[in-house]
Ligand binder design. Structure first.
Ligand SMILES: NC(=O)c1ccc[n+]([C@@H]2O[C@H](COP(=O)([O-])OP(=O)(O)OC[C@H]3O[C@@H](n4cnc5c(N)ncnc54)[C@H](OP(=O)(O)O)[C@@H]3O)[C@@H](O)[C@H]2O)c1
Length: 286
């Protein structure tokens, strides 16, 4: 069995990745305390001792609002943490796959599905730090793979943390009978985390580089919410209200094209688009 080091396994994505990969790999899952990624000597020592075949690096500060308020900590964890893993991966010859974000596109004005080769100018610390981390990782470890993930969702699962997400937010709004506002001037992919988890083994085979990684979506966020309510057979469509004012300065388009990762993996990496993904999620068709 190949040995895989997964960081961030007490988190939303990491807990699910560790469970799924544990069926096919020997998984090393150190806690934050056992392997603090902001301390290069600790990460180096851990990898030197355990010599994993690959690293799936998911430890990070994932809350954009928190990163905005704590930019120095965000720099330490989301930039230097990735840089330290990249140094260790290069030194000990392990494949490094880690999660960047579609937030690197949040300052772009182009419409349509965005590809990895366009110039980006993120507007918040989280996005800027993810972009810096991409550059640092590739400079230090050219074989490393950065995955620009979209917003992910899942139901609550025992023993696994779950953030606020698209489906839980809507579920909560229905429960409380409190309408939620969804931006009509926002385009973004929204992906079931299980689909991400299933595609990670294929990402380990990608050549070094930066790849979009999640569901495409040509609908705006309000239309996506309506489509989801409709497929759930929801009799309270008023629960989704259009918000035409948000992102007034420019349409916020962070929707991705999956072409690069799909082609580079000879078709192995596949995501349903957002609405089809939600439909399969609702119908339990995975
Ligand atoms: N969730 C999404 O929808 C989404 C979307 C796009 C991209 N991403 C990216 O995907 C990755 C995983 O996100 P997530 O939602 O799973 O995050 P999460 O739930 O917030 O989990 C973060 C994990 O990182 C660990 N961690 C934080 N600082 C650490 C440090 N200094 N050393 C070691 N471990 C540390 C945390 O451990 P403790 O709790 O013990 O501190 C936790 O296990 C992140 O890179 C995130 O930016 C997520």
């Amino acid at each position: 069995m190949k040995k895989i080091l997964i960081t961030g396994t007490s988190g939303f994505v990491g807990s699910r990745v560790a469970k799924a990969m544990g069926e096919h790999y020997e998984v090393l899952a150190p806690s934050h305390r056992e392997c603090d990624i902001t301390r290069p000597e600790v990460a180096d020592e851990y990898i030197k001792i355990h010599r994993p075949h690959a690293i799936v690096h998911l430890a990070a500060l994932s809350n954009t609002g928190y990163c905005e308020q704590h930019p120095e900590e965000s720099m330490r964890v989301n930039v230097m943490g990735v840089a330290h893993m990249a140094d260790a991966a290069a030194r000990y010859g392990c494949k490094l796959v880690w999660f960047s974000s579609d937030q690197v596109y949040n300052g772009n004005c182009e419409l349509g599905a965005l590809s990895e080769d366009i110039a980006v100018c993120p507007e918040n610390h989280y996005g800027r730090h993810k972009l810096m981390a991409e550059e640092e990782a590739l400079r230090r470890c050219p074989d490393s793979v950065a995955l620009r993930a979209t917003w992910m969702y899942d139901i609550r699962r025992e023993g696994m943390p779950t953030h606020n997400n698209f489906v839980l937010n809507i579920e909560e709004a229905i429960r409380q009978n409190t309408p939620l506002r969804f931006a009509t001037r926002e385009y973004r992919g929204i992906t079931w985390v299980d689909e991400v988890v299933r595609n990670i083994p294929h990402a380990l085979e990608l050549p070094g580089g930066v790849y979009n990684f999640g569901a495409e979506n040509h609908l705006n966020t309000y239309e996506t919410a309506l489509a989801y309510l409709d497929m759930m057979g929801c009799d309270v469509p008023h629960i989704a209200e259009p918000d035409h004012e948000r992102f007034a300065a420019h349409v916020r388009n962070i929707s991705i094209s999956m072409r690069k990762a799909t082609e580079a993996s000879d078709g192995a990496i596949q995501f349903a688009d957002t609405v089809e993904g939600l439909r399969r999620f609702v119908n339990g068709e995975w």
